[in-house]
Structures are given as C-alpha cells and as structure tokens.
Ligand binder design. Structure first.
Ligand SMILES: NC(=O)c1ccc[n+]([C@@H]2O[C@H](COP(=O)([O-])OP(=O)(O)OC[C@H]3O[C@@H](n4cnc5c(N)ncnc54)[C@H](OP(=O)(O)O)[C@@H]3O)[C@@H](O)[C@H]2O)c1
Length: 303
C-alpha cells in the first residue's frame, strides 16, 4: 500500500496498476486506519512531522520518500529497517537560482537602487561591484552547489568548489582554509549534518577578506550566526541568507536589522510549481520500488 499526501499527488503519480492500493494522508491529525498497512509513504512537504510513535504504527513500512532535500528532522523518527529517501533534485534548481539572485542583488547593490527608486533619485554613484572576474568559493558540489558554480561561471566569476571528497574540479575540505583569504564571496550549499553544523565558523568568516559576501541557502545551523552578526555589525562582510537559526526568525531577532544583509524567509525551494517536480520524483520512486529497482536519493550518510 502506498500513502501519498493529497489528491494532486495521487493524480500526478498516476495509475500504479490494479494490485496497488493508494491512500492519502496530509500528515495532520491522526493517520487514516489503513496507515498500518502502508509500505511506501510520501509525507507532505514542510508539514509538522508526525512523531516517531505515530510513524511506527505503519508496521509494514519499507520506504519514506520525503519532498525536502534536507532530511535532518526525519533522522530520529525513521523506524529501524525503513529506507529514508530525500527530495534531492526537487528544489536544487530553484534554490541555486535564489543563491545567485541573492548574491547578485548584494553585489550589484539592488537594495540601494530600490531605495533610490522610491525616492525618485538617479544615483549612479558610487559604482557597484560585479561578479565578473570575482573569485567565488562554492561550498558543496551537489545538486545546488554544482548548479550555482555553473551559473556563476556564465558571469565570468572565478569559481572554486569545495566539498567533502576532492575530485577533478572540486577541492577537498583540507584546502578550504588556504582558499578563503582570496574569495569575494562564499556560497554555502552543504547539508545540515553533525560535521557541517557550525562549519562556517567565526574563524572561517574572519579568514574572508573585507567586503566579501556570505551566501547561505543551505541551513542556518551551518553558519555561526552570532559571528556573522558581528561581522555584519562591523560592516566588514555582506550576506544574503535564505535560512536562519531558528526558523521562523523571531520578530525581535537582531539579524533582521543587521547592516549589509539581505534576508529571505527560506523560500529557495518552495516556488510556484514545485509540486510538479516533487510528485514526478515520488512517482518515479514508487515505480522503482514496485519494480524492485534501486531507489535514488537513499539517505546513507546523514543526508
Ligand atoms: N533554501 C532552501 O529552500 C533549500 C532547498 C533545498 C535544499 N536546501 C539545503 O541545501 C542542502 C544541500 O542540498 P543539495 O541538494 O545540493 O545536496 P547534495 O546534492 O546532497 O550535495 C551535498 C554536497 O555537500 C557536500 N558535503 C556534505 N557533507 C560535507 C562536509 N562535511 N563537508 C563538506 N562538504 C560536504 C557533499 O560533498 P561530496 O560531493 O564530496 O559528497 C555534496 O557536494 C540540503 O541538504 C538542504 O539542507 C535548502
């Protein structure tokens, strides 16, 4: 038995054949009684997650296919023996798009021009920076990081990519420290794991040169937010963040008023039309499972 989040998912996944029962649960309240027979579950995106005891009621569960790329809230809820699959690929292009949009907005000072437009002022000076010939370090070489790197190269930025495993075109983490002092921007695209929490530390930020831009579209916990606040407060660094710690950011949090900062409320992935990509992946994964093929996006290293 398959459990999908809503009518739209059922319609998008399409006919799975006469032998496959499909039920719906939007993740709120009590699961339907048939949940105990569910073997493949696609929970809704960004719902308040059911607790481990509720999930454990699905005693025949084999696969949980989530619709977010980040899986950290799920890790301690997945029953033993159940395969967790991430939504990697659903939100990568839109999140990479926002990373580049935010980086460009800060680099080309679009917030200043918005203010000038509102005041009807034709202010060409001072000149803005540009990404052309600018060294930019992309941290993460996965779905988002590789797309960001490709897009930035189209603007003639000098892109260096750092990830967990060194390989042609990708530096290993042991090279991060020596690369930082020459970068004009650092774009964070790694998952939230015990190894990456606080990875962009006060020391990493301090190693960036004056005027560098920090972009975080991954997770707030990866950047030392207090250290970033201090750098912004000193007007030494600039930042674009789509993710914060905590989320939602409380109305009285100092990050809202930090200078040199552009902030969006975790909207990298959730664009109009994301469901199309999400339910396409869900349908492909259900069919792989029914055909006993290898599932994609299996979470085996904490992400
Ligand atoms: N803002 C949003 O709306 C939004 C949307 C989607 C995703 N996200 C976040 O973005 C994250 C990345 O997504 P993705 O789809 O690009 O993930 P992905 O394809 O799995 O790529 C992850 C990358 O991070 C690298 N990495 C993992 N652990 C590392 C470590 N300890 N040190 C250095 N690099 C490490 C991996 O290195 P290797 O290549 O060497 O393995 C890989 O290049 C997600 O986990 C999610 O938290 C945010």
């Amino acid at each position: 038995m398959i459990c999908l989040p809503d009518d739209a998912a059922v319609a998008a996944v399409g006919d799975l054949g006469p032998d496959v029962d499909v039920i719906e649960w939007d993740g709120s309240g009590e699961p339907p009684p048939q949940f105990t027979d569910v073997e493949f579950w696609v929970p809704p995106y960004l719902a308040v997650l059911p607790d481990a005891a509720t999930i454990a009621r699905a005693g025949r569960l084999q696969v949980i296919q989530v619709l977010s790329a980040g899986v950290e809230p799920w890790l301690d809820r997945v029953p033993d023996g159940v395969t967790l699959c991430s939504g990697r690929g659903i939100h990568g292009s839109t999140t990479a798009e926002l990373a580049v949009a935010g980086l460009l907005a800060v680099r080309r000072e679009l917030p200043r021009f918005v203010d000038a437009q509102r005041a009807h002022e034709w202010e060409q000076q001072p000149r803005t920076g540009s990404l052309v010939e600018a060294p930019v370090l992309v941290l993460g070489a996965g779905d988002i990081g590789s797309r960001v790197a490709t897009a930035l190269r189209a603007f003639d930025a000098e892109v260096a990519v750092v990830a967990r495993h060194a390989r042609p075109g990708v530096h290993g983490m042991d090279e991060l420290t020596e690369l930082l002092p020459t970068q004009q921007a650092l774009v964070v695209c790694v998952p939230n794991t015990p190894q990456t929490r606080g990875l962009v530390s006060a020391e990493v930020l301090a190693a960036l040169p004056d005027g560098a831009i920090v972009v975080n579209v991954a997770r707030g916990q990866i950047v030392d937010q207090d250290a970033l606040l201090a750098e912004l407060g000193a007007r030494r660094l600039y930042a674009f963040v789509d993710v914060t710690d905590p989320e939602p950011l409380p109305a009285d949090h100092p990050l809202w008023d930090a200078p040199n900062l552009l902030l969006t409320p975790h909207v990298g992935g959730g664009t109009i039309g994301w469901e199309r990509r999400a339910y396409r992946l869900a349908g492909q994964q259900v069919r792989r499972w029914l055909n006993r093929e290898q599932l994609h996006n299996v979470v085996d290293a904490g992400y």
